[in-house]
Design a protein around this ligand. Structure first.
Ligand code: NAD
Ligand code: DAU
Length: 348
């Protein structure tokens, strides 16, 4: 039985990846390592917690001794690394937290696999899940390709870029069998409501102002999270070692248009008169260093591995809104406590 470690599997994307691997690969034992920070929630994966091929390990990747002991004990055959501090706004107020988890944490994992795989790299793979934000920002034209130079603008993207560079360097220097993907903005169930789409959904439900940064003309390329999980599965199994693949939704939206679309859909689903939620839109102070536009050229993964998004934005957004409306307990539990403190500081 192959032993596969997934880090950050109690978070948004990680929970969808863990579920997919546990259900699809009974021949693998899936270990989910997560520190359960504010962003990690075991309720996200409650449906698979008693599966025979699944084990949860609570632990912090910044703790090198813990990580080394864990790898020596389990001798993992593969690692899918998703654990990270992931929110740009939080990286602006506390950059060091991002260095600790995203850079040092990744280094600890790299050092651990370097040691346990030093004599036999056959069939082993370290898969680093990264972001398109490492490329910086686009103007009105063009797309990010795998050869776009790195030019990160936020402490979050700088920390992810640093970790990508270390993964690549371990490949060159120590022969680490690795693969990296850089993906665009995900959306879907279990997305923590500090990020644009779930924050707007939560605020619409609660009739709270909808804070749009700057002029709202910033553009993101949105991908349904389950399509990302499918791509991750494919790259883990069929991607080439020492390669990078960009993943995106072919689905660009200016923030303000997306917020209007959400308002319209939520009014329909909540039975409110058309135009009710849009009245909550409030322009607020811009994010410092705000990247204007992200858009992915996902032709490499499409041509080489046959991946493309399967869910239209219309379907994905509708399913996402339905999930939040059916899971108000989840929303309430993740927005109680420290969330309120964060929210007041961020949107004061
Ligand atoms: P998330 O914030 O929802 O989840 C992160 C998870 O990592 C949480 O469960 C948290 O508890 C865990 N974690 C954080 N610090 C840890 C530590 N020190 N030790 C162990 N576990 C720790 O993040 P997400 O949005 O699911 O993103 C997952 C990965 O995908 C990240 O690496 C992120 O950079 C990347 N990514 C995200 C997106 C996106 O749109 N969300 C897009 C592209 C790439
Ligand atoms: O591109 C991939 C990245 O997408 C991931 O690597 C990150 O982990 C993920 O958080 C996301 O980063 P963004 O900064 O693009 O996502 P966020 O949801 O924070 O913001 C999306 C856009 O909406 C951005 O232009 C900022 C804007 N925004 C965001 C919030 C939270 C607002 O206008 N108002 C808000 O309240």
């Amino acid at each position: 039985m192959k032993k596969i470690l997934i880090t950050g599997g109690a978070g948004f994307i990680g929970s969808h990846v863990v579920r997919r691997f546990v259900n699809r690969y009974p021949e693998y034992k899936i270990y989910n390592l997560d520190a359960l920070t504010y962003a990690g929630n075991l309720e996200n994966i409650a449906d698979i917690e008693s599966s025979a091929n699944y084990e949860f390990i609570k632990g912090d990747i910044t703790d090198a001794d813990f990580v080394n002991d864990l790898f020596v004990k389990h001798q993992f055959d593969g690692v899918l690394h998703l654990a990270a501090e992931s929110h740009v706004d939080r990286s602006i107020t506390d950059p060091l937290a991002f260095v600790r988890t995203n850079v040092i944490g990744t280094m600890n994992l790299l050092n651990a696999v370097r040691e346990i795989w030093k004599d036999n790299k056959q069939g082993k793979r370290f898969y680093h899940i990264s972001t398109d934000e490492v490329y910086g920002t686009l103007g009105a034209e063009g797309l990010f390709t795998e050869t776009t130079p790195y030019s990160p603008n936020s402490p979050y993207s700088a920390s992810k870029a640093a970790s990508d560079h270390f993964v690549r360097a371990y490949g060159e220097t120590y022969g680490l069998p690795y693969v990296i993907t850089n993906c665009s903005n995900n959306y879907g169930p279990n997305h923590f409501p500090e990020k644009l789409i779930p924050l707007m959904i939560n605020n619409i439900i609660n009739n709270k102002p909808l804070p749009v940064y700057g002029d709202g003309k910033y553009t993101r390329d949105w991908l349904y999270v389950i399509d990302h999980a499918v791509a991750i599965d494919l790259v883990f199994h069929e991607g080439k070692n020492h390669e990078t693949y960009n993943i995106g939704g072919f689905n660009e939206w200016q923030n303000i248009d997306l917020v209007h679309l959400l308002c319209q859909k939520m009014d329909e689903k909540l039975g409110r008169p058309e135009g009710t939620s849009a009245q909550l839109i409030t322009y607020v102070k811009d994010r410092p260093g705000h990247d204007l536009r992200y858009a992915i050229d996902a032709n490499k993964i499409n041509k080489e591995l046959g991946w493309k998004p399967s869910v239209t934005f219309e379907e994905g957004l509708s399913q996402t809104i339905d999930w939040y409306l059916q899971n108000t307990d989840w929303l309430e539990s993740v927005t109680s406590g420290n969330y309120q403190k964060y929210y007041d500081q961020q949107y004061q």
